[in-house]
Write a protein that binds this ligand. Structure first.
Ligand SMILES: Cc1cc2nc3c(=O)[nH]c(=O)nc-3n(C[C@H](O)[C@H](O)[C@H](O)COP(=O)(O)OP(=O)(O)OC[C@H]3O[C@@H](n4cnc5c(N)ncnc54)[C@H](O)[C@@H]3O)c2cc1C
Length: 432
């Protein structure tokens, strides 16, 4: 790798900034280029990050005090259904029992700035990847366009696309797509608010509301006293009339009494942002002279909030694959290793996420069943401590989604439910 840079990384948010940091720590010369001015929010994202993500950030020394500055710790995920509430407490994982609903401008800005402090990494914002630099048909670097400046040709042994869902690197490389799924398309609208009524007085929380009508709502305590207020639903139900996005968003929020109550006296402090028909796919991991990471490599519906984890995890794997390549493995073998390891970690979650989109937003459950289930079977199931522990462990990637809700667990929970109800009833009788 005796060119100007060893690696050019295109895209300076979770996957690109953490990949650049890891490669710098491996002793490589890295150019990290980001089209936007940093810090700034990404195109669309209203994210929650878990202990699993923070543990990966610890590995590169990214400072929690900076990326989560003035951001409350979220310890509970609450599902506030019309007839009952279910709270999952995040389990202790890798030394943390909390998540953050981060301000993405702050989070991404801190990661970008941190990568620039690592020896060997040059981090440049306001600079776009335009195309590969080729010689005799081979990729030997990238053509870059600084905002308001002259185009530059920069040489490197490898160009990595960490440039998100609509990756220009993938497009220019002609990357093929795999496992694309669009049979249950969803869209998302969100904004940040101030002075939202707290859910309760027990501290940071993310609360999901919804009545099973193809649309779900999420309110999360976020940075600087703000609350992220999002709506995800079937794409056909989230089609705001042209020029009326905000009115459409507010009208949907207004329809849910519990949300209406929480927003009384609150003020929206950002524009309404979002994404239509969110894509679900994998792309080819790379080829001669290029590779993809993060959303550019694998993207999915945000309903489970796992995109940032997958972005920083695939960055870790790609850094390892590059180290293997440097150590003598052929690039094809290193890429194959990367793809296999990345899919082993992300594919079960991908399947679970797609299933959850279908069951949460696309299944037609008759109302009488919901009522019956919410009073008895479902209540017994979700109040079971084992079920709750497993759901929490899945969110922080301690266990695979395939292990959650196994038949023995479900049967056990359903058998214990009536006993729990009986014991609660007897407790109340004794106290009375
Ligand atoms: C509505 C929504 C809600 C979400 N909620 C969650 C959540 O709760 N939890 C979670 O973990 N994930 C969530 N995600 C997913 C998460 O946002 C992504 O998985 C994550 O941002 C991917 O990181 P990345 O670095 O790969 O790409 P991105 O964050 O998309 O960054 C790509 C960067 O590349 C830059 N770029 C693009 N083209 C070029 C170019 N030609 N030259 C230079 N730079 C370029 C862009 O400016 C951008 O900064 C959500 C996503 C959406 C859309």
């Amino acid at each position: 790798m005796n060119t100007e840079y060893d690696v050019i990384v295109v895209g300076g948010r979770p996957s690109g900034a953490t990949l650049a940091a890891r490669l710098g720590m491996q002793g490589l010369r890295v150019l990290l280029v980001e089209r936007a001015t940093m810090p700034s929010p990404p195109g669309a994202s209203m994210p929650i990050i878990y202990a699993s993500t923070m543990a990966l950030l610890d590995e590169i020394g990214a400072p929690e005090a900076a990326y989560a500055r003035n951001t409350p710790r979220v310890r509970r995920m609450v599902n506030a259904m019309p007839e009952m509430q279910m709270a999952v407490y995040l389990p202790e994982s890798r030394g943390r029992n909390y998540a953050y609903a981060v301000d993405r401008a702050r989070f991404d800005g801190a990661l970008f700035a941190h990568s620039g402090t690592i020896s060997g990494v040059t981090a440049v914002d306001n600079t776009s990847f335009i195309d590969f630099l080729r010689e005799d048909g081979r990729i030997v670097g990238a053509v870059l366009q600084p905002a308001g400046g002259e185009r530059q040709s920069v040489r490197a042994a490898l160009v990595v696309g960490a440039d998100g869902r609509f990756s220009a690197v993938a497009r220019k490389a002609g990357a093929s797509e795999r496992d694309a799924r669009d049979e249950h398309p969803t869209s998302l609208l969100y904004a940040y608010w101030k002075n939202v009524q707290p859910y309760d007085d027990l501290g940071g929380v993310a609360v999901a509301y919804g009545e099973g009508a193809g649309i779900g709502y999420l309110l999360m305590d976020s940075a600087d006293g703000t609350t992220a207020v999002g709506i995800e639903g079937r794409a056909a139900l989230l089609e705001p009339p042209a020029g009326k996005v905000e009115a459409f968003y507010l009208e949907l929020l207004h329809q849910i009494p519990a949300i209406r109550a929480r927003l009384q006296g609150a003020e929206m402090v950002t524009d309404v942002r979002g994404m239509r028909k969110i894509g679900n796919l994998y792309r080819q991991p790379g080829g001669e002279g290029w590779a993809l990471v993060g959303d550019a490599y694998h993207q999915k519906d945000p309903i489970d909030g796992q995109g940032v984890y997958d972005a920083v995890f695939t960055a870790k794997l790609l850094a390892r694959a590059i180290a293997k390549w440097q150590a003598g493995l052929s690039w094809d073998e290193a890429l194959a290793w990367y793809d296999e390891a990345a899919r082993a970690e992300t594919y079960p979650m991908y399947r679970a996420t797609l299933d959850r989109v279908q069951s949460s937003l696309y299944s037609q459950i008759p109302e009488w069943f919901t009522r019956l289930a919410s009073r008895t079977l479902f209540k017994w199931l979700i109040e079971d401590p084992n079920t709750q522990t497993q759901l929490g462990q899945m969110l922080v990637r301690e266990i695979s989604p395939t292990e959650v809700m196994s038949p023995p667990l479900v049967v056990g929970a359903l058998l214990k439910g009536p006993l729990r109800d009986l014991s609660n009833f007897l407790d109340r009788q004794i106290r009375a």
